[in-house]
Design a protein around this ligand. Structure first.
Ligand code: BTN
Length: 323
């Protein structure tokens, strides 16, 4: 455990701790405590420092803990998991695993971070990733050969994340093609797939999941968003949630590798937020409109217009009249 993690562990209850007390526990001087606190603050962690009282985090934090997360996995998921890194801070958990993959990390390797300073969203967007409140999780999976069906993987992962939230009692959520998880039109979770490897040979995918669990008030996010705290009315335990999501992801990737998208299609139909909605699809070179009709066997969005139904493999979709 690094010194910062140790200090964070002491502060995680959200109560004041004096410099003297922290110094005694960490076996360092009060000025060394102050230096450590400054490093935390520089890395984006909000710490109140009040003369005469000491230091405290702005909110209590349940720090990520690998043994609690692993305890949430069943035997099958544990066998599929080849490694789990818990990081206090990283640029992006996806980039971290892409680097590990290049260095030979095996399929089923996962990582979680307390904070990302360069969290990545789809289409080159930023993913706001403040410390200690949300889930930033990535999983590496290796495929023996590239198959066209890999295009449906992002839908299967959207289903996995939604199902894992449902098992924790979160209701009223669904998936907007290809994999935005929304609650009443507001974004709760996002998925970013990074694929690397040969066009017709072995390849690997890093599936990155960001879930808004408890965002700081006034977070600067450029689209309507929601967090789990607002949906369920309390802070969901992050380690239990991380374990549940990881379990669903591992089993989903395993099943997808063997059977492709087909077994997931009925569940897609249940969770599909665009079904029978009038939509606009923003393509690279033009915009199309029509009525969304679900997805085909490859996971492409079906849109009917003027009696013709066409399949779209990529594009930014909005529901007409609501966005
Ligand atoms: C989206 O734009 O909807 C996708 C957001 C994906 C965010 C997650 S957080 C964990 C992983 N690491 C990243 O840098 N991005 C993904």
């Amino acid at each position: 455990m690094g010194a910062d993690t140790e200090l964070l562990g002491l502060l995680s209850d959200g109560f004041f701790h004096s410099g003297a007390e922290l110094g005694r526990t960490l076996k360092i001087s009060r000025s060394a405590v102050w230096k450590r606190i400054r490093i935390l603050v520089k890395s984006g962690i909000e710490v109140y420092a009040v003369p005469g009282r000491g230091y405290r985090l702005t909110e209590p934090v349940e720090l990520l803990d690998s043994s609690t997360i692993l305890a949430g996995l069943n035997d099958k998921a544990r066998r599929l998991l080849s490694g789990l890194d818990i990081l206090t801070e990283v640029d992006s958990t996806n980039l971290y695993l892409l680097q590990k993959a290049s260095a030979g990390a095996p399929s089923g390797y996962a990582c979680l971070a307390e904070r990302q300073h360069a969290g990545r969203g789809r289409r080159g967007r930023q993913w706001l990733s403040p410390f200690g409140g949300n889930i930033y999780l990535s999983l590496l999976w290796r495929f023996a050969e590239q198959t066209p069906a890999l295009s449906g993987l992002s839908l299967a992962i959207g289903i996995a994340v939604t199902n894992s939230l449902e098992t924790l009692g979160v209701t009223g959520i669904g998936v907007k093609w290809p994999n935005d998880i929304l609650w009443q039109g507001r974004k709760l979770a996002g998925i970013l797939l990074d694929t690397a490897g040969e066009a017709a040979g072995p390849c690997h995918v890093v599936a990155g999941i960001g879930i808004n669990v408890a965002m700081p008030a006034g977070a600067a996010i450029s689209q309507p968003w929601i967090d789990l705290r607002e949906i369920v009315g309390h802070r969901i335990a992050r380690n239990a949630l991380a374990g549940r999501v990881l379990q669903h992801l591992l089993l989903t990737l395993h099943q997808f590798q063997q059977k492709g998208l087909a077994p997931f299609l009925p569940e897609w139909d249940r969770l599909d937020l665009l079904k029978d909605k009038d939509v606009t699809v923003q393509l690279a070179d033009r915009t199309v409109t029509g009525r969304a009709q679900g997805v085909n066997q490859q996971g492409a969005l079906l849109v009917a217009h003027g009696g013709v139904t066409r399949a779209y493999h990529s594009g930014e979709v909005s529901v007409r009249g609501t966005e």
